[in-house]
Design a protein around this ligand. Structure first.
Ligand code: NAD
Length: 435
């Protein structure tokens, strides 16, 4: 058992803190958002993440997990202090380190003995060295800063944390390395790989990994667009490519572009790092351009069918969150899509199993939020598939058909079988598909 403090109780901090408690450590999660703390104190959780609420409740009950606004107290009671605050994009695209530096300064003020300070947030290369200087200038107490980027995916975060492909640790201090090995021992005993490396390589590993995944998505989206022109079907191409063990199956799905709280921001931040260091990342540059174009693709497709003026047209949107199993709307492809359709005069009735509250922050009452998927369809001129929640996989197509004014399906995730829909008399447009 180790005493752990986690500063920042958002997606990453709350999942990491709860999982460390589940692994037997004693964890204090810190946040400075009183609303979040109030929710957590009341037994709720401020985000939607499958399985998390139960795991939080269990560990709180066992006395291994607590929540507090008192950072100094949490730090003093801990051997290991995680920083898991947000690193949102600044105006130039570079990661904004305001929260990280604020927390670093507060930790420095609270230090009373040797602590390992672990950077879980995604931070530009060199940030941990900068933080070492910042904290060192404020305290005489011994400490070591370690990089330990997080690779969890929202929606399957607990599984990703508990069964990681790898745990990356960037550290040079021997005591800190021993602490990190001990902390993760419950996972490495079960076979998880802990990859030890220097701090800067660890920081770079996170950005390079997300950039590679984003690039695969943009690459496949461009291949899909070409498939449409040459009469190929990207779903067949994907199967053919993914069967090559050198390529692998993951992240080859064409769609409406990547979004979320990580890919767009991390790609932009790495591009800015390259720029600041006089380097060129031409491939990554193209990844961003392809993604921007892809996010408005369905609007273009709808306009090809119905003309540029969509006044009086109504569209049903299935899915708003940037991916299934989350309520996260950050940089969701639904945003430019909805804005594009609204700008052309259309009306939108949307349904998402979890994201209405978060979507309301973005769209307000400019769109209508339906109670269930079918309630969107009454009088619709098109059904747009945006987020491939499992519940959308096999709809009652007869019912869909009966409710729509114009039975047209725009399948932004290639979720459905075009032949089945065309056979029923729907018009079908997917991404890079042959009808
Ligand atoms: P988030 O916005 O959900 O959570 C950050 C939390 O930090 C918030 O609850 C906020 O109130 C709190 N906070 C901010 N300043 C604070 C302070 N001074 N003291 C105490 N608490 C403070 O962010 P997130 O999605 O958890 O991301 C955190 C970091 O992890 C980012 O760098 C992100 O890039 C990275 N990351 C995120 C994911 C993901 O899927 N969300 C995955 C891997 C890595």
């Amino acid at each position: 058992m180790m005493n752990v403090a986690v500063v920042g109780s958002g997606y990453v901090g709350l999942v990491a803190g709860t999982c460390f408690a589940e692994l037997g450590h004693k964890v204090a999660c810190v946040d400075n958002d009183p609303k979040k703390l109030e929710t957590l104190a009341g037994g709720g959780i401020p985000i939607y993440e499958p399985g998390l609420e139960q795991m939080v409740a269990k560990n709180v009950k066992r006395g291994r997990l607590s929540f507090t606004a008192d950072l100094a107290d949490a730090v003093r009671g801990a051997e290991v202090v995680f920083i898991a605050v947000g690193t949102p994009p600044g105006e130039d695209g570079a990661a904004d380190l305001t929260y990280v530096n604020q927390v670093g300064a507060q930790i420095a003020d609270a230090l009373d003995a040797f602590k390992v300070i672990v950077m879980k947030s995604t931070v530009p290369i060199g940030t941990c060295d900068g933080l070492t200087r910042l904290i060192g200038a404020k305290t005489d107490q011994p400490f070591a800063v370690v990089s330990n980027p997080e690779f969890l995916r929202e929606g399957v975060a607990i599984n990703d944390f508990m069964r990681p492909d790898r745990i990356v640790v960037g550290a040079s201090d021997e005591r800190a390395i021993a602490t990190m090995r001990k902390l993760y021992r419950p996972l490495t005993r079960g076979g998880a790989k802990l990859l030890l490396m220097d701090v800067r390589s660890s920081e770079m590993t996170k950005y390079a990994s997300n950039s590679m995944l984003a690039t695969r998505i943009s690459f496949m989206n461009e291949i899909a667009n070409l498939c449409e022109r040459v009469g190929a079907d990207v779903e067949n191409v994907r199967r053919g490519m993914g069967s090559d063990s050198r390529i692998g199956r993951q992240f080859l799905r064409a769609g409406v572009g990547f979004g979320g709280s990580c890919f767009p921001k991390d790609v932009r931040a790495l591009l800015q790092t390259a720029h600041d260091n006089g380097a060129t990342l031409g491939i990554l540059d193209a990844t961003v351009k392809a993604n921007v174009a892809q996010k408005s693709k369905l609007v273009e497709v709808v306009k090809q069918d119905l003309g540029d003026d969509l006044t009086g047209r109504q569209f049903a949107l299935w899915g708003l969150a940037f991916k299934p199993e989350t309520d996260d709307m950050r940089e969701a492809p639904s945003i430019p899509l909805v804005e594009g359709l609204l700008a052309a005069g259309a009306e939108i009735v949307a349904y998402d199993p979890q994201a209405h509250e978060t979507a309301r922050v973005v769209f307000g009452d400019r769109i209508t939020y339906a109670e269930d998927p079918y309630a969107c369809l009454e009088g619709a001129d098109g059904l747009l598939m945006i987020t491939e929640w499992a519940e959308f996989t096999s709809p009652d197509w007869e019912r869909v058909w009966a409710m729509m004014r114009r039975p047209a399906v725009y399948d932004g995730r290639n979720l459905w079988d075009p032949r089945e829909l065309l056979g029923m008399g729907f018009s079908y447009r997917g991404i890079g598909r042959r009808g």
